[in-house]
Design a protein around this ligand. Structure first.
Ligand code: DGJ
Length: 728
């Protein structure tokens, strides 16, 4: 709900449980007044403190007012050079070289539904579920305007933000920084900050610290959202935990270099700016042009991290992912990467497929190595035509053979990359992101294709489309195995090279949009050496992402735990692989590998021919179990029942049906201790007064939530249980 009080110049946004408010002050500045738990329709500007800030700059007309400076006032969008020395949202270099930008209120509009963002991914929704407020700000002297967009998903407790910067002046200007949004908390408890860091093969580790004074920055300069930092974070009260306490999260819908800057200032106020990383960004804006920033999805919960995560799962599943598969049943797949790496033949793959089909697996995915000259990582990328030495039947017939086994067929691509040893590179050495006159930077023996160029995107669209049209391909794995360094394009003049990184992302999104809309029946999964680009931007185009190249069940307990703070199970690529695990050498039971992979889009990544009969029986059971619980796992609510950072004894999570009548509790005993007491796994979200049946015994919902299901200590590390809970 969006309320406007034009006398007071007050804008109040309400969702079921959240209120967000802003007000235009007597001088025309748009001040932030409140964000948090839902309150009544009250003017919260009375909480703004006007403090003595004599040394800070302030606009000319406040001469003599020592209590007025933008340096201390909470704002909706902060500008560089305005007397506010904190983290700016916008830094413009005007035509005359100055950086002044004096943004004042210039009007508003309420839009039914939610407008899209040109060229960028964004949440969507009908006018029944979302309303949008646009507030216009303007610097009357330069003509620079900023439109701030606030979309309110009332039932989902979500508010999204983005900004459009417009050059309404007469000359060219440059954007040095154009953040998507700013939130200034003026009534602030002592916050903790929860962030998600990592590395390749170890993504989205959870880190919680006190928010200190000064700037806390999480960012990526890598051209991708990265495994190293995540464009999602949480601010919370010190006392907040999984099931109680206030917490606020911010999720950027963007897949390139990003920055989150959280600043605790001299008055203990906290500012959040989030958007495109400014270090590798400079955008020329000609008279009449506009620049759209990516979207930020914001949510707040007073019931702890669990509810906060479920708010994100809900909006991402229903209002961000798209296409045929976002709400329909996805096939259980087997991928040959960890089974064969580059070393496969047609015969070998057919044998794996044949075996897998007998186990109930529904799709065979052919990974890296099927095209051009590709026997290792040194060559072939860009040559998207079949390697007939490996696949003598050709792609069409090979796919037909897989289909004849009753299996679907999927294919791997790495569209954004090019090997020096490839026909494509030999034909177009200038299609590479590298500076003229230099050798360029390699990564995994490959260059990055210059996706900032429309002609390159067109070429890729055509060459990939012709492969997709040549066979019955029903799944597309979109990989990207390096990060960008020193992006430079031959097509832009020197003074516009600061645009390349963002133009690259726009080119990537353009190609994704064109391919996904031309091939609506294909299930797309993105991947970037695992979770290097597991972000909300990519999920707009492909409903699932390979969460990590680390498929070890123990490591995955942490990776999937961290990922679950923002992304739903239906988006998280998770497969059963061999033991000892190929990445860490750890031995884990097959059963547990299945339980862990069932907390994601389930599949296999091994050679079924090498399995014993007993193992094959376990696989059959896993496939049946996953099919049986598919709806509960993928459409139910997800609850974290333990924190793997706090105990080494177990990790537990549960899926609960929407009507709360059915749950599946998953329990992994990480370490066995001799003569250890039982663990009482407290369930969540059940109906307190209902009776539930667990392992033949009856419990009230309340007792399952306050006392928990007792799980006795079992023999062995990494052993697991799946426990059904049914309302009587
Ligand atoms: C990295 C991916 O994450 C793997 O699953 C696999 O597809 C390889 N690339 C292939 O090169």
């Amino acid at each position: 709900m969006i309320l406007t009080d034009l006398d007071k110049k007050l804008f109040t946004l309400h969702t079921k449980n959240i209120t967000y408010q802003m007000k235009v002050d007597e001088y025309g500045f748009l001040l932030h007044t409140y964000y948090g738990e839902r309150i009544d329709d009250e003017d919260m500007s009375k909480f703004i403190q006007y403090l003595w800030r004599g040394f800070s700059g302030h606009p000319y007309e406040m001469n003599g007012r020592f209590d007025w400076s933008l340096d201390t006032l909470p704002q909706e969008y902060s500008t560089y050079g305005s007397g506010d020395y904190r983290s700016p949202s916008l830094h413009v270099i005007n035509t005359d070289g100055s950086s002044d930008c004096d943004l004042r209120y210039n009007g508003y509009e309420i839009i039914d539904g939610k407008p899209g963002i040109k060229g960028l991914p964004a949440t969507y929704g009908s006018s029944d579920e979302v309303q949008t407020l646009k507030v216009e700000l303007l610097d009357k002297i330069s003509g620079i305007g900023v439109d701030l967009y606030y979309s309110v998903f009332e039932e989902k407790d979500i508010i999204t933000r983005s900004a459009v910067i417009k050059n309404g002046g007469k000359g060219r200007v440059w954007l040095e920084r154009a953040m998507s949004m700013c939130v200034d908390y003026n009534i602030v408890p002592d916050f903790d900050i929860v962030t998600f860091y990592g590395r390749q093969l170890g993504e989205k580790f959870v880190e919680r610290t006190s928010l200190r004074h000064g700037k806390t920055v999480m960012d990526s300069l890598r051209g991708s959202s990265s495994s190293q930092q995540t464009p999602f974070f949480i601010l919370c009260d010190k006392s907040t935990g999984e099931t109680q306490g206030n917490c606020y999260a911010f999720c950027l819908v963007y897949s390139g270099s990003f920055m989150t800057e959280v600043e605790k200032d001299q008055g203990d106020q906290v500012r959040v700016n989030m958007g495109i990383q400014p270090e590798s960004f400079r955008w020329e804006l000609n008279a009449g042009d506009e620049f759209c920033t990516p979207e930020v999805i914001m949510s707040f919960s007073r019931e702890g991290f669990g509810q906060l995560s479920r708010n994100y799962h809900n909006i991402i599943h229903h209002n961000l992912t798209r296409g045929k598969y976002h709400l329909s049943r996805r096939p259980i797949l087997i991928n040959n990467w960890e089974a064969t790496y580059f070393n496969f033949t047609e015969e070998k793959l057919l044998k794996i497929a044949e075996d897998a089909s007998k186990l109930g697996i529904e799709m065979m995915v052919m990974d890296d190595g099927w095209f051009g000259k590709r026997d290792d990582a040194t060559s072939g990328l860009g040559d998207w035509f079949v390697n007939t030495k490996k696949l003598p039947s050709g792609l069409t017939k090979f796919c037909q053979k897989i289909n004849d086994m009753g299996m679907k067929f999927g294919l791997w691509f790495e569209p954004e990359m090019i090997s020096e040893d490839s026909d494509l590179f030999r034909a177009h050495p200038d299609w590479v992101l590298r500076t003229a006159g230099r050798d360029g930077m390699l990564g995994r023996c490959q260059f990055v294709i210059d996706m900032s160029r429309g002609d390159v995107v067109d070429y890729l669209y055509n060459s990939i489309s012709s492969v997709l049209s040549s066979a019955n391909i029903e799944y597309f794995k979109w990989d990207a195995n390096r990060q960008i360094a020193n992006a430079w394009t031959a097509l832009l003049p020197a003074e516009r090279q600061g645009e390349v990184m963002h133009r690259y992302v726009l080119g990537l999104y353009d190609l994704l949009e064109r391919l996904t809309s031309s091939f609506p029946n294909i299930l797309f999964e993105t991947c970037s050496g695992g979770g290097n680009r597991f972000d909300a931007g990519m999920l707009y185009y492909a409903p699932q992402t390979w969460a990590s190249d680390n498929s070890d069940a123990f490591a995955r307990l942490f990776i999937q735990y961290g990922t679950s703070f923002m992304f739903p199970v239906s988006t998280m690529g998770a497969h059963v692989s061999v033991s000892p695990n190929e990445q860490v050498g750890r031995i884990t039971p097959l059963k547990t590998r299945g339980v862990v992979a069932m907390a994601g889009t389930f599949g296999y990544e091994l050679d079924t021919n090498l399995m014993t009969d007993e193992e094959k029986e376990i696989v059959k059971e896993q496939v049946e179990t996953y099919k049986k619980y598919y709806d509960l796992i993928n459409y139910g609510d997800y609850y974290r029942l333990s924190d793997p950072y706090k105990t080494d004894r177990y990790v537990a999570w549960m899926f609960l049906s929407e009507d709360k009548s059915k749950a599946l509790v998953n329990y992994v005993q990480v370490r066995a201790y001799s003569n250890a007491p039982a663990i009482y796994v407290r369930l969540q979200g059940l109906k307190e007064n209902s009776t539930y049946v667990v392992n033949g015994a009856e419990y009230s919902g309340k007792s399952l939530m306050t006392c928990g299901i007792p799980v006795s200590s079992m023999m062995g590390d990494m052993v697991s249980l799946q426990i059904e809970v049914n309302e009587k």
